[in-house]
Design a protein around this ligand. Structure first.
Ligand code: HPA
Length: 273
């Protein structure tokens, strides 16, 4: 047995002891985007460091706990805080929780992230549904996982984000009077932000927003044939001809202003599933 398979089983067995296997939807909350937890009737919340084989979150803006509870009648697992490659983890460590949630029985995965907006139509605080992505991160979470336990060896990526979930998000946004753009997300390693020349390059290759997360989880979700959808909150406007300095504090503050509408959108979609 692959070491990772045994680790997944251990984490799953631990979490089953707290009923996490009843969850049907998994949620990954991005930087500065934690308000959704206020909409969950929380039944259990476990710090990552207590779950066998979970990596430890090192970013202060992330709380680092795995929540089990209900949104309406739907049992969910929410990751309050995710893992990033720039923190030093391997891609397999970053995506470990997705494999565990899938093994517990989730049938859909919703992700959020904070991202820089390169499409000039996107403004700070806007929400963008990922239609596709470009992976510019090093390493790959599937590398070396050759057994069928982990899913298909060469996952198809012609439609990495589930159409049905995307349509539901668009419908819910329209119902709530919220603007939801669509766009292509490019993932970079970070943790530095981009230079003007890099933003110009990323725009040129077809990306609308840029960030340091999400793509590893989505690759694994596709390997597991777990339907997923992701939304970026635009935290800074990346116009190479008019670029302003930006700090992590500002990024978190802007994410905070959009957190309420993002949370409402996720809640409404989950209630409509
Ligand atoms: N670049 C990369 N990641 C980001 C950005 C950015 O401009 N903004 C928020 N996350």
């Amino acid at each position: 047995m692959h070491k990772l398979e045994a680790q997944i089983n251990t984490a799953v067995n631990y979490l089953r002891g707290f009923n996490y296997h009843q969850a049907r939807v998994g949620i990954v909350l991005g930087t500065g985007l934690g308000q959704l937890t206020h909409h969950i009737q929380i039944e259990k919340s476990i710090p990552y460091n207590e779950i066998p084989h979970f990596p430890l979150s090192t970013v202060e803006s992330h709380k680092g706990q795995l929540i089990y509870g209900k949104i309406g009648d739907t049992p969910v697992i929410a990751m309050q805080g995710r893992f990033h490659y720039y923190e030093g983890y391997t891609m397999q460590e970053i995506t470990f929780p997705v494999r565990v949630m899938k093994a517990l029985g989730i049938q859909q995965l919703l992700l959020s992230n904070a991202a820089g907006g390169m499409n000039p139509a996107f403004k700070k605080g806007d929400m963008v549904l990922l239609d596709d992505h470009i992976n510019l991160q090093p390493e790959n979470p599937l590398r070396g996982l050759n057994s069928s336990f982990f899913g298909t060896r060469f996952p198809d990526m012609s439609q990495p984000y589930d159409k049905h979930l995307g349509n539901l998000l668009q419908t819910s946004a329209a119902e709530k009077g919220l603007t939801l753009h669509t766009g292509v997300y490019v993932s970079v390693m970070g943790p530095n932000l981009e230079t003007r020349a890099e933003y110009r390059f990323l725009r040129l290759i077809g990306a609308d927003m840029v960030g340091m997360s999400t793509v590893p989880e989505v690759i694994v979700a596709n390997q597991l044939q777990l339907p997923c959808a992701a939304i970026s909150v635009i935290t800074d406007e990346c116009d190479p001809d008019n670029l302003k300095a930006v700090s992590l504090e500002e990024i978190i503050a802007v994410a905070g202003t959009a957190d309420k509408k993002l949370s409402e959108l996720f809640v409404s979609v989950i209630k409509n599933l």
